[in-house]
Design a binder for this molecule. Structure first.
Ligand code: ZN
Length: 210
């Protein structure tokens, strides 16, 4: 789980381009195969996944995902999923539609949903919850012209009511910020992720994902 790949900003959510490059290089050398949530549908159909499958995800839909992460991913021929907050598309420091479409058409990037306005779904009322989850999905689908199957809970906040809304919206998978490798037993709508933060060294990354 990444957010921003940026050298100008520091903190938990920002990984520098150099470190991100080294992390992708490690995954490549260690024999990992990047997959998208569309590929993960194999969990449901019983088809095989490649050896050492890994899902690289970015939350929020920041502009640097296009400017910095995407060229690095393409250079390594690696796939990733960007969870986009639909109503922030085209706003400062966020992706715009032409960047989103270009990345998707490359075949390396899958777009997932992350609500309309990045609200904490556990604190919102039912109607707003539905509008944020289903509305965000529909806006992305309208712009992309095909179904969006994966969702990330903003700030990792969810409860049974929220999961119900995500289920009814028709998502195949949803990811949380609970730490760890994703596994079927967690439930398809409450999958765990490994947080890759800005303070982390490459050695630490390799320890987490050997
Ligand atoms: Zn987010």
């Amino acid at each position: 789980m990444y957010h921003s790949i940026s050298q100008n900003r520091h903190g938990k959510l920002f990984v520098s381009p150099e470190v991100f490059y080294q992390q992708m290089e490690h995954l490549n050398h260690a024999g990992y195969h990047t997959i998208t949530f569309k590929d993960l549908l194999h969990w449901k159909t019983g088809e095989a996944l490649p050896d050492k499958p890994v899902l690289i995800t970015f939350d929020d839909g920041y502009l640097d995902n296009y400017k910095v992460a995407y060229p690095i991913l393409k250079a390594f021929q690696m796939k990733a999923t960007i969870f986009v907050t639909s109503d922030f598309i085209g706003s400062p420091n966020h992706l715009n539609w032409s960047q989103i479409r270009e990345m998707e058409q490359s075949g390396f990037i899958e777009i997932g949903a992350h609500t309309r306005h990045h609200v904490e779904l556990t604190k919102s009322k039912k109607l707003q919850r539905v509008d944020e989850v289903l509305g965000g999905k529909r806006r992305l689908e309208k712009g992309l012209g095909h179904p969006v199957i994966a969702f990330a809970y903003p700030s990792g906040k969810y409860n049974q009511n929220v999961v119900q809304v995500v289920k009814r919206a028709g998502f195949e998978f949803a990811v949380t910020t609970k730490p760890g490798y994703a596994a079927k037993r967690q439930g398809y709508l409450t999958l765990h992720r490994v947080r890759i933060g800005g303070e982390q060294s490459v050695a630490e990354f390799i320890r987490k994902i050997p």
